[in-house]
Design a protein around this ligand. Sequence first.
Ligand SMILES: C[S@@+](CC[C@H](N)C(=O)[O-])C[C@H]1O[C@@H](n2cnc3c(N)ncnc32)[C@H](O)[C@@H]1O
Length: 223
Amino acid sequence: MTGPVSRETPPLVDKLFPRAAVRLSAYAELLATEGTLRGLIGPREVPRLWDRHLLNCAVVERLIPEEALVADIGTGAGLPGIVLAIVRPDLQVELVEPLLRRTTFLQEAVDALELDNATVVRSRAEDLPRASYDVVTSRAVAPLGKLARWCLPLCVEGGLMLAMKGSSAGEELDASERELAKLGAELWHIHQLGGEELALPTTVVSIVAGRAAGGSRHGGNGR
Ligand SMILES: C[S@@+](CC[C@H](N)C(=O)[O-])C[C@H]1O[C@@H](n2cnc3c(N)ncnc32)[C@H](O)[C@@H]1O
């Protein structure tokens, strides 16, 4: 089981997300307890829940326009979807996950946290309605090319696919540029978020969905 140190809310949370800190802490507690008991989060992740998971996901909100309808594909235990719903009450977030064990946990978390802007959707990405979302997020779900085949068709024209990636972001983008162009993507860009504040900055590949074929890497939509 987890030790008490892992449950402490870092001061940075109050500084960056003062209005969301209580709910974020409640979610951290849920992940550290039920989440690990049910095998949704590895026990070794508990001491680094804030650095590697919650804060890392929370800063992605900086790329999301106001009042967007967001689908978080393969959300697992709710990352980044639940975090985004907590820190951005203006968003509507669909937590998309095919596995029942995970959707059961997600629904319990949404209820416990009283998140009225998050909905659990038991589905695979491929089975969701097309051209429906302003923003489609994901973390640790699939390589970028495959992810783009799943996520870009779900975006409205001009919508945004946001893929949280690790150090492979550049390589993955290079390898999938042709595919992105075929899928009608217009701009793509690698963002480093939280570099000044977080122990581990977050890398996000953003891709603007559109009809026009082609695109340019580091197109710099600046969002
Ligand atoms: C490695 S987990 C990542 C979970 C979470 N995003 C995170 O970062 O902790 C990948 C998740 O993607 C889900 N998944 C796999 N294939 C999927 C698909 N075709 N559509 C939607 N989700 C899928 C899995 O069930 C799993 O929960």
